[in-house]
Design a binder for this molecule. Sequence first.
Ligand code: GSH
Length: 206
Amino acid sequence: MLTLYGSPGSRSTRVAWALEEAGAEYDFIFIDLKKGDNKTPEFLKLNPNGKLPVLVDGELVLSESAAICTYIGERFPASRLVPPVEQSVLRAHYFQWCFFAMSELEAPLWTMSKHARLLPEEQRIAAIAPYCVREFDKVASVLAQHMENREYAVGMQFTAADILLGGTLNWARALNIAMPSSLKIYAKQMAARPALARAKQRESLA
Ligand SMILES: N[C@@H](CCC(=O)N[C@@H](CS)C(=O)NCC(=O)O)C(=O)O
């Protein structure tokens, strides 16, 4: 049995989404970030970085949402969430868009969110917000160009790269950041995936 440690509205939703897309059975353990459950000695044994999500699968303990979503795709190959090794070009593009999501698209949103509400007030720099929006705009236009006339980021098939990109774009929408129309359409389509609705419900019930 797989166990996901997470919290509603956090990056663990991506992993629950991947698990639901794969039709996997899993336990969900709620970690209350507000209470500091992620800093207990027990949790730090799972992830010394003190962050969600964490997936446990037997002996394997895995952190980092992109790594976990990729692991799920490979653990449940019928889900086709990750292109197989034989499809080396698609697979290379899969990794390109996963890394793009995590290092280019998500970074400005994360910085903006920390300075808007997560850091202690005395550490927040309000003036950083416009810089983050500009950085997001630059990379969003690159993705928008790629998504013109495409349904999915990689090939003709939904993959875990769409979970990472779509989830991040919907985070931008929640922050009221404007984006090109091809991305708005793509983000809406990803947000409408039934597996995402199931993931959110599963997390909220914990
Ligand atoms: N790169 C990591 C980021 C994980 C992360 O920052 N998680 C947040 C929740 S979305 C967290 O656990 N924050 C708690 C903290 O920083 O103390 C991933 O993608 O898994």
